[in-house]
Design a protein around this ligand. Structure first.
Ligand code: AMP
Length: 531
C-alpha cells in the first residue's frame, strides 16, 4: 500500500504529516500511533469488519485511518454534518466493532455521559480514550511495528464512502488499495507532489471523496496536510488568516468553495505566495471562476478534473489555458488518465460515433468493486467489460480482470477533437449543490417520512446556469391553515433529522395536488415550468 509505505519513508525525518488548528502530528508519530491503533484493533477483534470514524478535522482522525489500513480494515468516514439518522443508517449497514468518535461532540452520549442505548453494540472510542490508549501503548506489545502483510492490500477495501442514494438510504462505495494505488500514481505528479516538503490544503470533508486527492498523494509523498475545519471555514476572516499562515503550495477544493473565497478581492497570489497547483473536481468549474483564478493567481496551474467516487475520485484532468477561457464553450473536464478507458454509449448501450453525446462509461483499475452489501445497486451501475480494454495490469499481484471493471456514471458527455471529455449534465436526478452530490429522490423519499406529508417533489432552482438552491413542493395528508411559511419551517426542521443540512430544500411550497402526466407519474416538467 503506497500510503502506508510512504508514511514509513518519512517517519525517520522531522516532517509534519498534519497540522490542524493548534495540533501537529509528525510522520514519526503518525507511524507509531497508527501501529498502536492497529495492534489494539487486531488484538481485540477477529475478522476484517470495517471501522467507522466520526468527526470533521483532527490530526487523530488521520492516525485512525492509517491504523485501520494497518489492521487490514477499511475505514468509513462520517462527517459531523451527518444527522443522527444517517449515522445510524451507515452503522447499520457496516456493523463496525469500533467507532472512533473524534468529533468532540456529545452525539453518542446521553445527558449522563453514557453511550446511548442504540450505540451500545459498538465500542465507541472518543478522543480522550484514544489519547489514553496511545499513552498506554507507547511501551509493550501495542507499540510493535505492524508487519506489511497485515496492511490492507490488493483488492481489499481501504475505505467505504457513503454517498446519497436514490432510495433514501446512502450507498457505500468500496475503494480498494489497488484502486488507490492506481489513482495515486496518476494524481501525485499532477499536483507536483514529488517527495519534497510541501504544504497541501486539507479542506474538503473526509466523507467526500475529493479529500482523497490531498490525503493519499499528500501523505505518500511526505507533504504536510494543512487542515481547515468546518468551524474555520465558517468564518472567512479566520479562514483567510489560516490560509496566509499555511504556506500552502497545493490547493484541492470544489469550484463552489473557491467561488466563495473569490468574493473577497484579497484572495489572490499575495495571500498564497507559494501556491502553484489548484485542483477542482466534483462539479462544473464555471468559466468565470477559472478566468478570475487565472487573473488572481498568475503562478498557479488551474486544473479541472472529473470523476465519480465510484472510480476513485477522478479519472481525467486538464490545465485550463487562455484558449479554454476565451472560447464560448464550457470548460473541458480533461483527458482520461493513461490506464483508463472511456466509452461514450448511446441509449441502446452501443458506443456512439466519435464526437457524439452519450453516457460516460469508465473502464479500468480505478473502478470500485461496487456498493457495500448492495448487490442490486451494484448490478445497476457496474459490470465487467467483455472486450479487452487494452489496459496494463499495474499491480504486482495477479488482478488482471480488475482492468475490465466498468462503471456507468449516469453522466452525459462526449469526447472532443482534442481528446478532452466534455461534460453535458446527468441522465437522472443526481445533482451537485455547492459541491455536494445529492440524489433528488433521496430527499423526496425522506420528505415522505415527515409527518403529514402525502407526497413531495424537489426541484433545483438555477441561477446563471448553476443550481442556486432547492425547492420542495409538498402535498399534505391533512390540510391545515398554517400556510407555506409555518408548514415550511416545521417540515424543514423534521427533514433535517433525517438527512444532512445541505440536502434540506431552502424553500417549501404547499400545493393541493401534485400534477400527474399521462404515465401516472408526477409531472416534474409542468411543475418546473409553473414555478
Ligand atoms: P462525486 O462522486 O461526489 O465525486 O460526484 C461525481 C459526479 O460529479 C460526477 O458523476 C459528475 O456528475 C460530477 N462531476 C465531477 N467532476 C466534474 C466536473 N469537472 N465537471 C462537471 N461535473 C463533474
Amino acid at each position: 500500500m503506497n500510503i502506508v509505505s510512504g508514511i514509513k519513508k518519512y517517519a525517520t525525518t522531522d516532517r509534519l504529516a498534519v497540522v490542524c488548528n493548534d495540533e501537529k502530528l509528525s510522520y514519526s508519530d503518525l507511524d507509531r500511533y497508527s501501529d498502536i491503533i492497529a495492534n489494539y484493533i487486531s488484538d481485540k477483534y477477529e475478522g476484517n469488519t470495517p471501522l467507522a470514524i466520526y468527526g470533521n478535522k483532527d490530526v487523530m482522525i488521520i492516525a485512525c485511518m492509517i491504523g485501520a489500513l494497518k489492521s487490514k480494515r477499511a475505514y468509513v468516514p462520517m462527517d459531523v454534518s451527518f444527522p443522527e439518522q444517517r449515522v445510524m443508517d451507515v452503522l447499520d449497514s457496516v456493523g463496525p466493532n469500533i467507532v472512533f468518535d473524534i468529533s468532540g461532540k456529545d452525539f453518542f452520549y446521553d445527558e449522563n455521559g453514557q453511550v446511548k442505548e442504540e450505540y451500545r453494540s459498538y465500542e465507541i472510542i472518543d478522543k480522550n480514550a484514544l489519547m489514553d490508549l496511545i499513552a498506554r501503548g507507547q511501551e509493550g506489545p501495542l507499540s510493535n511495528e505492524v508487519a506489511s502483510e497485515n496492511w490492507v492490500e490488493g483488492d481489499e477495501n481501504s475505505y467505504i464512502l457513503f454517498t446519497s442514494g436514490s432510495t433514501g438510504k446512502p450507498k457505500g462505495v468500496q475503494i480498494s488499495a489497488y484502486n488507490l494505488d492506481s489513482f495515486m500514481r496518476w494524481m501525485s505528479p499532477i499536483l507536483g507532489l514529488d517527495g519534497n516538503e510541501k504544504v497541501v490544503m486539507d479542506q474538503p470533508a473526509y466523507s467526500f471523496d475529493l479529500s482523497v486527492s490531498q490525503l493519499y498523494p499528500g501523505l505518500a509523498n511526505g507533504a504536510t496536510l494543512y487542515s481547515l475545519s468546518k468551524d474555520v471555514v465558517a468564518d472567512f476572516k479566520v479562514l483567510f488568516e489560516h490560509m496566509r499562515e499555511s504556506n500552502m503550495e497545493v490547493w484541492v477544493s470544489t469550484p463552489s468553495f473557491v467561488g466563495m473565497c473569490l468574493v473577497d478581492k484579497e484572495f489572490n497570489q499575495d495571500m498564497l505566495p507559494k501556491l502553484r497547483k489548484m485542483l477542482y473536481i466534483g462539479e462544473v468549474l464555471p468559466v468565470e471562476v477559472a478566468r478570475k483564478l487565472r487573473e488572481r493567481f498568475p503562478e498557479v496551474d488551474i486544473i479541472n478534473g472529473y470523476g465519480p467516487t465510484e472510480a476513485t475520485v477522478g479519472i481525467s484532468h486538464v490545465v485550463i489555458n487562455d484558449e479554454h477561457i476565451g472560447s464560448d464553450k464550457s470548460l473541458p473536464v480533461g483527458i482520461p488518465m493513461p490506464n483508463c478507458k472511456i466509452k461514450i454509449v448511446g441509449e441502446d448501450g452501443n458506443e456512439v460515433e466519435k464526437g457524439q453525446k452519450g453516457e460516460i462509461v469508465i473502464i479500468g483499475p480505478s473502478v470500485s468493486k461496487g456498493y457495500y452489501k448492495n448487490e442490486e445497486k451494484t448490478k445497476e451501475a457496474f459490470y465487467l467489460e467483455t472486450s479487452d480494454p487494452g489496459l496494463e495490469n499495474e499491480s504486482p499481484i495477479e488482478l488482471a480482470d480488475l482492468r475490465f471493471r466498468a462503471y456507468r456514471t449516469g453522466d452525459l458527455g462526449s469526447i472532443d477533437e482534442t481528446g478532452n471529455i466534455r461534460y453535458a449534465g446527468r441522465k437522472d436526478f443526481q445533482i451537485k449543490l455547492n459541491g455536494y452530490r445529492i440524489e433528488i429522490e433521496d430527499i423526496e423519499n425522506n420528505l415522505r417520512k415527515v409527518e403529514n406529508i402525502r407526497n413531495a417533489v424537489v426541484l433545483p432552482v438555477y441561477k446563471n446556469e448553476k443550481i442556486a438552491y432547492l425547492k420542495a413542493i409538498v402535498e399534505l395528508e391533512l390540510e391545515n391553515d398554517l400556510g407555506n411559511l409555518k408548514n415550511g419551517i416545521r417540515i424543514k426542521k423534521d427533514l433535517a433529522k433525517l438527512i444532512p443540512d445541505y440536502m434540506v430544500p431552502r424553500n417549501v411550497t404547499i400545493i393541493d395536488k401534485l400534477p400527474m402526466n399521462t404515465n401516472g407519474k408526477i409531472d416534474r416538467k409542468k411543475l418546473a415550468e409553473e414555478l
